[in-house]
Design a protein around this ligand. Structure first.
Ligand code: ARG
Length: 467
């Protein structure tokens, strides 16, 4: 937390005759939250100082002193010995001011050919790139956890739903692969976003570029950027990359929320498809019998704030004229909160998926209820040359008969079925079984166990290939 120490000399004080209002000082400061960027700020400054020396703008010995001072500052911050000052507004001026304290006048040369505008844009990109790589790793870990579970459950039969009504039997492995497919798209979106994040704004200076003979490519290479931004006015003001990341995060959370909703339903006394381990649930302070699925509920709940941050960022940008405006300082808290929440939700999901206990018997029982093989009977009739619309009608009547007589389709005697359509033979019972139904959907993208196994192999291959 920043300490409100004595009002320290501000680097921009030259043209001012009155001190900043105390409240305005706190109101305009960002150091309370942007100190999170200290490592990226220092790394950016180190690369900038090296470039200044390489281009002869400062001497090699000056650059060395600056590097030395910056490394000492990093140590101080990590040891929590750094005195953050609200009077010094933000992470950039806090660090620069300490550098001057530590190494004297040479420290004043660091800001040559640079502005806080290109500096902060660079810091956020460095921060976000690092976070993107961590999130990418977690997304892959989660996909692997889903594939591992799908491997065990590739032939487990459960009801597939539309409108939350039992529709057709599917395999649990197939359902898990549906979740994995969502996350694979998120992984692709994240990789695409990274391309636009990983470009360096330094050299744009305040807005128009700088009159010093700088070498932007050199600084970019030192910082691991893929390239440099094209236009200085755009580079200091652009936050599209953060918005893109927020949009990625919103979609990822949307997917985690959908999965959470299913886990909550499945864990309920009504469904009993899965059992979440005690370690991922909590109890009730009043109802002793309760074991609540708090983890998926909370992931579902946190989705709202991530959606909200996406909108904050969009709204933050929508009316800004070129180039930098102080509005942009408001980009950080939403971005940081998105990162924290996405990482938290991914971690808890990665840990929870492998320990979910599926209740295979209960899933199978539910798949058998609700006439989920009715479509299979219609398809059977079509194979016996009955037009599909007529087949649909015939099966509808058979289902009505079953409801009246409390029977499942597979329990209706052959003579009775033949009253609905005389083309029905003994072999009808093969398609009325759950196994017959799922095995029949045997094409890429279908639910047949053989296809699920192949889809798992394909997905693992794509993950390995880094896609
Ligand atoms: N704290 C500022 C931000 O987060 C840094 C840039 C300030 N630039 C300026 N011209 N006031 O955006």
């Amino acid at each position: 937390m920043a300490k409100d120490t004595e009002s320290r000399e501000k680097p921009w004080q030259g043209r001012f005759t009155e001190p900043t209002d105390r409240f305005v000082e706190a109101f305009t400061a960002s150091v309370q939250f942007d100190q999170r960027l200290y490592r990226h700020d220092i790394n950016g400054s180190i690369a900038h100082a090296k470039m200044l020396a390489k281009c002869g703008i400062i001497t090699a010995s000056e650059a060395e002193q600056i590097l030395d001072g910056l490394n000492r500052i990093a140590d101080e911050i990590e040891a929590q010995e750094f005195n953050w000052s609200i009077a010094l507004e933000d992470v950039h001026m806090n660090i620069e001011s300490r550098l001057i304290e530590l190494i004297g006048d040479t420290g004043k040369k660091l800001h040559t050919g640079r502005s806080r505008n290109d500096q902060v844009a660079t810091d956020i990109r460095l921060y976000l790139r690092e976070q993107i790589d961590l999130i990418d790793g977690e997304l892959r870990r989660l996909q692997t956890a889903l594939l591992d579970l799908a491997d065990k459950e590739y032939a487990t039969i459960m009801p597939g739903f539309t409108h939350l009504q039992p529709a057709q039997p599917v395999t649990f492995g197939h359902h898990l692969l549906a979740w994995q497919s969502m996350l694979a798209r998120d992984t692709g979106r994240l990789a695409d976003c990274r391309k636009r994040v990983n470009l360096m704004p330094l050299g744009s200076a305040a807005l128009a570029g700088t009159s010093y003979p700088i070498d932007r490519q050199y600084t970019a290479a030192l910082l691991g950027f893929d390239g440099i931004t094209e236009n200085s006015l755009d580079a200091v003001s652009d936050r599209d990359f953060a918005i893109e990341f927020a949009a990625f995060a919103a979609l990822l959370q949307l997917h985690l929320s959908r999965i959470s909703e299913e886990l909550v339903l499945w864990n309920s006394a009504q469904f009993r498809f899965i059992d979440l381990p005690d370690s991922f649930c909590t109890g009730s302070s009043i109802m002793p019998q309760k074991k609540n699925p708090d983890v998926p509920e909370l992931v579902r709940g946190k989705t709202g704030r991530v959606f909200g941050h996406l909108f904050s960022l969009l709204t933050l940008m929508k009316s800004q004229p070129l180039a930098y405006n102080k509005d942009n300082q408001e980009d950080k808290e939403p971005l940081f909160d998105i990162v924290d929440n996405v990482r938290g939700c991914l971690k808890v999901f990665c840990d929870m998926i492998p320990v979910i206990r599926p209740n295979r018997a209960r899933m199978r029982e539910a798949a058998g209820a609700g006439f989920s093989t009715a479509t299979d009977l219609a398809d059977y009739l079509v194979r016996k040359q009955v037009p599909f619309r007529d087949a649909h009608e015939i099966v509808g009547k058979a289902v009505a008969f079953c409801i009246d007589n409390a029977l499942d389709l597979a329990e209706v005697p052959l003579e009775q079925l033949q009253r609905f359509c005389d083309r029905i033979d003994q072999d009808v019972y093969d398609v009325l079984t759950l196994e017959g139904s799922v095995n029949a959907r045997n094409h890429p993208g279908g639910t047949a166990p053989a296809q699920v196994r192949q889809a798992i192999v394909n997905a693992r291959e794509q993950l390995r290939a880094g896609q």
